[in-house]
Design a protein around this ligand. Structure first.
Ligand code: 5CA
Length: 445
């Protein structure tokens, strides 16, 4: 993309309404614009990151054997009356009437809708196990929407639902989700710690929240410091294997890690003092097993091997896709701007032309731009007629992990400059080598 033709409305001043760094940088880097309290438009660069996160989510869900689909945002209140949650959900639910005076709502989550789809089409244990998911906008009329996309009213969420014949099978689905989530967050450059949590309005005895540690996090968390040494890495896992998924669950959940809702001071004090940590965290996902809480009242039953009709065991599993954009920035920035992890960056590298209009510099930038594009990469070429200082400041704010700087002086010696946004270190090398280096960094991501 050429910056002169893009829509990237960068702000020079700090917006007064932004209290935390991710909100500030998302506004300043022209990623989002508030349309009303807790509701945002995603401008082109913000949208690119959101789409990228969604893509990673899809890849990891499909790898785990889960099936993508799409349900609507607007739902009929009748389904929620069947589960009993229409009244329970309270003011967070946005209730709407259509022209025929029918009660509708903007879905805050989809347990009822998916259970209705399931009961209409599935009747036998032979069709199980089944996990369906979608990535769709949700609406929760939060009392205090704040921190930009972190606590929005409208937000983008992946929600998946498993249907199993037995509790045992459903717990395997739970473990499978835990494993797939660990992989998902690591690919986004995040460490998200599974913590024992509270069921809340979704319900259920088994539930873990995934938290990214950050000073600005809304949750208070307590954990054993050993847990931050755990990495999922690039290990291969057979998602059908009960024992393999179980082993990962045990590895990642056996140490003490809880949110304030489930914190147990006496248990916590059994950890050696030097390893006890209390901190703040951003909740980027939650998994639940809730058994027959919805299948029983809504009649989602299947015939088992003996021909008896039994309610299915279910769970639901969510990832806050739009919140993650903010969470990644909270975890990865400096005082100049965002530092995108390579796995999620909106553009693979920036190209800064130090002297726009200089024949040689322009030609070199064009060649680099075209070569990177031909390799399937997306560079962002700052081809504007601006001073170098302004161009650097914009690039630092936008936070692309790599920058190639091209100027007449370097070109005389046959070199350009390759700079890492994270370390700030620069290296001079011939353009072809800079291109090769970038291609290598992104190979396999
Ligand atoms: N039905 C279950 C699992 S699919 C569910 O709704 N879980 S949840 O309530 O925990 O939401 C899933 C994730 O969505 C949360 O972990 C959080 O990352 C994100 N989320 C929840 N509320 C908001 C909000 N107001 N703004 C942004 N993200 C949110």
């Amino acid at each position: 993309m050429r910056m002169s033709r893009y829509f990237l409305p960068v702000l020079k001043e700090n917006p007064a309404e932004a209290q935390i760094v991710s909100h500030r940088y998302m506004l300043r880097a022209g990623m989002i614009k508030q349309s009303s309290a807790g509701i945002y438009s995603w401008l082109p660069m913000g949208f690119k990151v959101l789409r990228r996160l969604e893509q990673i989510v899809h890849e990891e869900q499909i790898r785990a054997g889960h099936i993508p689909m799409l349900m609507p945002t607007l739902q009929s209140a009748d389904l929620w009356r069947e589960s009993g949650r229409y009244d329970d959900y309270g003011q967070e639910m946005l209730r709407i009437k259509d022209r025929h005076d029918r009660d509708m709502l903007y879905g805050p989550t989809n347990e009822e809708l998916i259970t209705d789809i399931f009961r209409s089409h599935v009747g036998s244990y032979k069709d199980l196990p089944l996990t369906l998911y979608h990535v769709q906008w949700k609406f929760r009329d939060e009392v205090r929407p704040r921190f930009g996309v972190m606590r929005g009213r409208e937000f983008y969420m992946k929600d998946g639902y498993n249907f199993d014949l037995t509790k045992e099978d459903a717990l395997h689905a739970y473990n499978r989700h835990l494993v797939s989530y660990l992989r998902t967050y690591e690919r986004m450059g995040l460490q998200a710690i599974p913590m024992r949590a509270d069921g809340g309005p979704i319900g259920g005895d088994y539930t873990h929240e995934f938290l990214v540690l950050a000073e600005t996090g809304e949750s208070e968390v307590f954990y054993d410091s050993e847990i931050t040494d755990l990495k999922f890495g690039d290990r291969e896992i057979d998602y059908d294997s009960v024992s393999e998924c179980q082993a990962v669950l045990e590895e990642f959940t056996s140490r003490y890690a809880r949110t304030d809702e489930t914190h147990d001071e006496a248990l916590f004090e059994q950890i050696p003092e030097a390893r006890r940590r209390s901190a703040r965290g951003i909740e980027v996902g939650q998994i639940f097993y809730f058994g027959t809480k919805y299948s029983e009242p809504m009649g989602a039953v299947v015939a088992n091997e003996k021909g008896e009709r039994v309610p299915v065991h279910m769970g639901s599993h969510g990832i806050g896709v739009s919140r993650l954009v903010g969470a990644i920035i909270e975890a990865s920035h400096d005082d100049k701007g965002i530092i995108w992890p390579e796995g999620v960056t909106p553009f693979h590298c920036g190209i800064v032309n130090l002297k726009q209009g200089d024949e040689e510099a322009d030609a070199a930038c064009e060649t680099i731009y075209k070569s990177l594009t031909a390799l399937g990469l997306e560079p962002l070429y700052d081809d504007r007629n601006e001073r170098a200082g302004g161009k650097f400041a914009s690039m630092d704010l936008i936070g692309l992990p790599w920058r190639i700087t091209v100027g007449p002086r370097g070109l005389k010696n046959g070199v350009v400059e390759l700079t890492s946004r994270r370390t700030g270190e620069s290296e001079e090398l011939p353009p072809e080598q800079a291109i090769e280096r970038i291609a290598k960094i992104y190979a396999g991501l």
